[in-house]
Design a protein around this ligand. Sequence first.
Ligand SMILES: Cc1cc2nc3c(=O)[nH]c(=O)nc-3n(C[C@H](O)[C@H](O)[C@H](O)COP(=O)(O)O)c2cc1C
Length: 161
Amino acid sequence: MRILVVHGSKRGGTAGLADMIGSALQALGHDVTVVPARTVGTLPSTDAVIVAGGIYAGRWHGDARSFVKHHQAALAALPVWLVGSGPLDDTAEQGTFQLGSSVLELAEQVGARGTQAFGGYLSADAKGFPASSMAKTHAGDWRDPEHIERWAREVDAALAA
Ligand SMILES: Cc1cc2nc3c(=O)[nH]c(=O)nc-3n(C[C@H](O)[C@H](O)[C@H](O)COP(=O)(O)O)c2cc1C
């Protein structure tokens, strides 16, 4: 199937996560396109859409929110998953991290098949405040390839059903 993966990413972590999701779905036989959410004007013809966004101060990245609002009608007619990339620890992998209302309300509006949180990424040399300050104690890569591949198999199974 044709799957469009779009991302809202400030520091590249979610862009990388979207690539990992894309590669995992491609390995399962899908025809995947991964692009920044803000570059999509007219929604291309596709069989499913995954929207990934970084989480900042509890809120989903603005590009991910705008994408879903702008394409709400088209997305409501497609299988859609909304993905948050955030926690700089293993809570996403453990399944205890809760996505906030900025993701969950949009998921309801488009009748999303599911929402999913994955661990985030923060470089040790992150620039700007408060990122540089956070990086002193929270730098790391919590994007777990096995977790991502496991979830991609769930998406694949849902699309096949
Ligand atoms: C200033 C700042 C605030 C953040 N706030 C949150 C937050 O509220 N919740 C969360 O889970 N992660 C938070 N994070 C972690 C980011 O969501 C994580 O680094 C994510 O991978 C960033 O994606 P990006 O690199 O695509 O911008 C924060 C990171 C920074 C630098």
